[in-house]
Design a protein. Structure first.
Length: 181
């Protein structure tokens, strides 16, 4: 008989550091890869633009648009996997939990920005591998792919969504089949 996973009101600090560490590392690696892969001003333009987009998507858009409707904002003394619920309480008006699923609706929804922030450097670096190939650039690209796979097949399924109190209303957890676990 399979036991139900523990649902966290406060994620362990190690899980929060792992989640944010992987996220920040992915963004920085993507930005540096773009700068290296395209050299000169196009590389700097792509790299800096990507860094601004990705960090803004995760650490500004999420606490302003997604977190206010997340149950973790309403649960006293709670701490979600990203810690953004704490920031959101300070900078945004609390929303309606029934609106939490809206995070995945529409072409320009926060979920799509989040996924784009992870996938864009992988896609944009492909031409750079042909333009200015190096083993270092290839290693960076492979590491970005590996981080994405790690995030979706381990981090989300074992560390993040599996233990989340919002997984029954979260479109991400529902799509991964984790809402019923």
């Amino acid at each position: 008989m399979k036991s139900s996973p523990v649902l966290y009101t406060r994620y362990p600090v190690g899980s929060i550091i792992l989640y944010n560490g992987v996220t920040v590392f992915h963004y920085l690696l993507g930005g540096i890869g773009l700068i290296m892969g395209y050299t000169s001003w196009p590389g700097w333009l792509l790299g800096i633009s990507y860094l601004v987009f990705s960090f803004t998507s995760m650490y500004v858009l999420m606490p302003l648009r997604v977190c206010p409707s997340c149950p973790y904002v309403k649960i006293e003394n709670s701490l979600c996997i990203s810690g953004m619920n704490v920031i959101s309480r300070k900078i945004a008006k609390t929303g309606n939990v029934n609106d939490f699923a809206k995070r995945a609706r529409g072409a320009f929804c926060p979920n799509n920005f989040y996924v784009a922030s992870l996938v864009l450097p992988i896609i944009i670096l492909i031409p750079a591998l042909f333009i200015s190939f190096s083993l270092l650039l290839l290693a960076m690209w492979l590491l970005l792919v590996g981080l994405l796979v790690f995030r979706f097949f381990f981090l989300f399924t074992r560390v993040v969504c599996l233990h989340c109190r919002a997984k029954n209303i979260c479109p991400n957890a529902i799509a991964m089949g984790l809402a019923r676990e």
